[in-house]
Design a protein around this ligand. Structure first.
Ligand SMILES: NC(=O)c1ccc[n+]([C@@H]2O[C@H](COP(=O)([O-])OP(=O)(O)OC[C@H]3O[C@@H](n4cnc5c(N)ncnc54)[C@H](O)[C@@H]3O)[C@@H](O)[C@H]2O)c1
Length: 338
């Protein structure tokens, strides 16, 4: 099978993991890197033996023969780079959050559809091994019909040390972590029918909100509470784990600290530990997140080859609707119908 040739746009913090995660897979060739600060692209190109280095995207697009672009730049550039790729007929893989707002996300999707190119959003949290295990446990039917759930990402990890731009975002936790957490809710429980949200800023040194609580009624009636915070000084720091509690008519499923999965029914509690696969290139502080990139990329590669992909642009638009629905709800103190 022909190898798919691609270029990476943006060689900052996340590209350090996204690139080696792509290199774990067969059937691909990373031919070029582009960054506005050329030296950052040169460093990564040297480390991973990538032949092309550019600080001019038009030059890259003119010279390289590509199948797709992988966009790993700040959110306010995603639409611009998507347009550049799509007008040349290249498929697009783009980091979350898809776009700066819902309207721009719709424009991106429409444009790719008009141009007849595939758009994938790199939404990796649903690909974390422990989250897949929760889904499997729900689908096994052991706890019966689910009626209620809580999905939590509450931490005091100094996330601004690695990603200083996050402190400058006017819309912070819902776009950054909310994109992931709300996507996990959709993955586990389907689409939301109604949503009510509260947000606040605790850290005075950042621009956006660092706490968000979102209560949803899902289409099949499940009450799903998504809570996220970067201001939670808890006894046991969980970053970057997402904790989950699912309650069903016959029992409960809990994903708790250190990847412990507890499935409780009338016959007792089954406990297992679902650890992420450890790759040599991942940062141990982010192991479960970095490890999930490989599976997410594998699924996107399947999509690029014409197969099924869970995180298409069309699918991710529903996550974007929840993120911006939550902002609307928090601003108006009204229930919204995303
Ligand atoms: N999936 C995840 O878990 C995850 C984690 C971290 C970041 N991300 C996403 O990855 C994206 C990038 O985040 P990051 O933390 O790597 O940011 P970063 O600031 O560390 O890196 C962005 C890079 O893009 C380059 N860049 C920005 N605008 C450019 C332009 N117009 N032309 C050329 N280069 C440009 C910057 O020079 C920088 O090297 C964001 O969308 C972020 O949400 C996803």
């Amino acid at each position: 099978m022909k190898k798919l040739r691609f270029a990476v746009i943006g060689t900052g913090f996340w590209a350090r993991y996204q690139i080696p995660a792509w290199l774990e897979l067969e059937g691909l060739e990373l031919v070029a890197l582009y960054n506005r600060t050329r030296s950052k692209a040169e460093d990564l190109a040297l480390e991973y033996k990538i032949p092309g280095v550019y600080d001019n995207l038009d030059e890259l697009l003119a010279k390289e023969d590509l199948d797709f672009l992988d966009i790993i730049t700040d959110v306010d550039t995603h639409w611009h780079f998507t347009q550049k790729a799509a007008e040349r007929g290249l498929a697009v893989v783009c980091q979350k959050p898809m776009a700066t707002d819902l309207e721009q996300a719709r424009t991106m999707l429409d444009y790719c559809q008009q141009q007849g190119v595939l758009l994938f959003i790199h939404e990796n949290f649903r690909w974390q091994a422990p989250i897949r295990a929760v889904k499997q446990a729900i689908d096994s039917g052991l706890i019966g019909k689910v009626f209620k759930a809580r999905v939590s990402f509450c931490s005091a990890f100094p996330v601004f040390d690695n990603q200083p731009f996050l402190a400058e975002l006017e819309h912070f936790i819902l776009t950054d972590i909310g994109s992931h957490v709300l996507d996990i809710c959709r993955y586990l429980f389907g689409e939301a029918r109604t949503l009510y949200a509260l947000t606040r800023r605790v850290n005075p040194h950042i621009k956006g909100e660092d706490v968000a609580n979102v209560l949803m009624e899902m289409e099949d009636g499940v009450h799903c509470f998504a809570e996220m915070s970067y201001a939670s000084k808890l006894e046991k720091e969980a970053f970057p784990q997402t904790h989950v509690l699912v309650e069903g008519e016959l029992g409960s499923i809990q994903l708790t600290h250190d990847f412990q999965l507890r499935v409780h029914t009338a016959t007792g509690t089954q406990v297992s530990t679902i650890r992420p696969q450890l790759y040599p290139w991942l940062d141990p502080d982010y192991a479960v997140v970095h490890s999930s990139i490989v599976d997410c990329n594998q699924n996107i590669l399947n999509g690029l080859r014409g197969g099924k992909c869970e995180t298409s642009g069309a699918d991710n638009l529903n996550t974007v609707k929840l993120v911006w629905g939550a902002y609307t709800s928090a601003a108006t103190q009204q229930v919204v119908f995303p």
